[in-house]
Design a binder for this molecule. Structure first.
Ligand SMILES: [Zn+2]
Length: 402
């Protein structure tokens, strides 16, 4: 079997994670894929282990001395944003750019999806229009399987220790919650997850959430003059004092935002929820400070604690640590370029498991897999890029030999 065979097999196993579940993995269905991976790696002669939380670990043992160990990490779940049940992958040989009509509302072409210009001429895997494909991140898993096949067929290839981990629940932000670090004992790792092959992502947002509660003073509206404090009105006032241009719909690239994600309110009590994002740690702090300043201003104005603000940091930009030890990126660039394609960097306007791992002491940029239009029925995988990704992983082994 090759990477494509594994990919086509794994996308048919439903692994949608469930953010409303408190268990790990969030859906027992994820264990079906985990068991399949364990069986498949065993068939190839490797020993992998499925733990009680649904993580699969594989230690690819060194066959040489003088190396640095590194890790590879992919997630087994798919996004709850689109159905992952009964996925029927369709293969389109050497796509010439013609319209691929998936359903009445989705037609794949380069007008609707300009990024697909990069895969004209490639063999593609697409959906039948009723589900997502699951290239995010089963393409990553398939590439790691491709690496294992290659090493089985080429025992002469020298490599050091490689620690591989397949995680559940990345799509609901819990991918490394229960990671057993003793089974992933590395300083450097890569998530193989998303984006075009050749891309390296090592910058992501700093992220926090703000929960703002407003406590009003209710009184009959007929006798309210100079007495009523309407919590919902104060919530409007709070929101109006935030930077109007610092919103997701007004920002791109390295511009940060405050995003109102939920609101509710009556006269006595109102609530606003925000997420706060910025790549720059200093500007991130300034955004959080603005929430504090506005709260203080309103509390002073009304003369009591009308605003209760709870700010919670979620994750930080991995760049602040990776820039101190850039070789983890340098080695990936060399590996990519040795396969005769260009490497390029992209700043993620979101977070990754890699940012969490980086702050746990494992510098973890992300490498692209050849997938496009994630979390949707329009998801596409370039088969050419899938195979290229395997080549890059093979090339990466050499970079970790001294
Ligand atoms: Zn992913």
């Amino acid at each position: 079997m090759n990477a494509l065979d594994y990919f086509l097999k794994y996308v048919k196993i439903e692994t949608t994670s469930d953010e409303n579940s408190l268990t790990c993995p969030s859906s027992v269905k994820e264990l079906n894929l985990a068991s399949e991976i364990v069986a498949d790696t065993k068939d190839l002669g490797y020993e992998s282990e499925l733990d009680e939380n649904g993580y699969v670990y594989l230690h690819l043992k060194a066959n040489t001395k003088n190396f640095q160990a590194f890790g590879l990490c992919c997630h087994m779940d798919t996004s709850p944003d689109a159905s992952g049940k009964n996925v029927k992958p369709q293969i389109i040989p050497s796509w010439d750019g013609r319209d691929l009509k998936l359903n009445p509302i989705i037609t794949l072409n380069t007008t609707n999806y300009p990024a697909l210009k990069a895969v004209i001429g490639d063999d593609l895997v697409i959906t039948d229009g009723s589900t997502l494909l699951g290239a995010d991140d089963k393409a990553g898993i398939a590439q790691v399987m491709g690496l294992l096949v290659y090493l089985k067929d080429h025992p002469e290839v020298e490599h050091g220790d490689v620690y591989i981990c397949f995680t559940p629940d990345e799509e609901i932000g819990r991918g490394v919650d229960k990671l057993n670090y003793a089974k992933f004992p590395v300083k450097y790792a890569y998530t193989i997850d998303g984006g075009a092959v050749g891309s390296i992502e090592y910058e992501n947002f700093n992220a926090a959430s703000a929960k703002v509660t407003f406590i009003g003073k209710s009184i009959h509206p007929g006798s309210a003059k100079n007495k009523l404090v309407n919590a919902s009105e104060v919530a409007f006032e709070f929101h109006s004092l935030l930077d109007k241009f610092q919103k997701p719909e007004n920002t791109s690239g390295y511009e940060g935002f405050n995003h109102l994600t939920n609101m509710s309110g009556q006269v006595e009590k109102a609530k606003l929820s925000y997420i706060i994002r910025n790549h720059d740690r200093h500007l991130f702090q300034k955004q959080k400070d603005s929430f504090q300043k506005i709260s203080k201003y309103l509390n002073d104005k009304y003369g009591y604690k009308v605003v209760n603000l709870v700010l919670t940091d979620s994750y930080y930009n991995m760049w602040d640590l990776i820039k101190e030890d850039f070789q983890v990126v340098g080695k990936a660039v060399k590996a990519i370029e040795s396969t005769h394609i260009g490497a390029w960097a992209e700043a993620i306007r979101g977070g990754t498991d890699g940012s969490r791992l980086t702050y746990e002491g494992i510098l973890t940029p992300n490498l692209g897999t050849g997938g496009y239009n994630f979390h949707s029925r329009a998801e596409v995988l370039s088969i050419n890029q899938l195979h290229k990704g395997v080549e890059i992983l093979v090339a990466l082994l050499k970079q970790y030999l001294n």
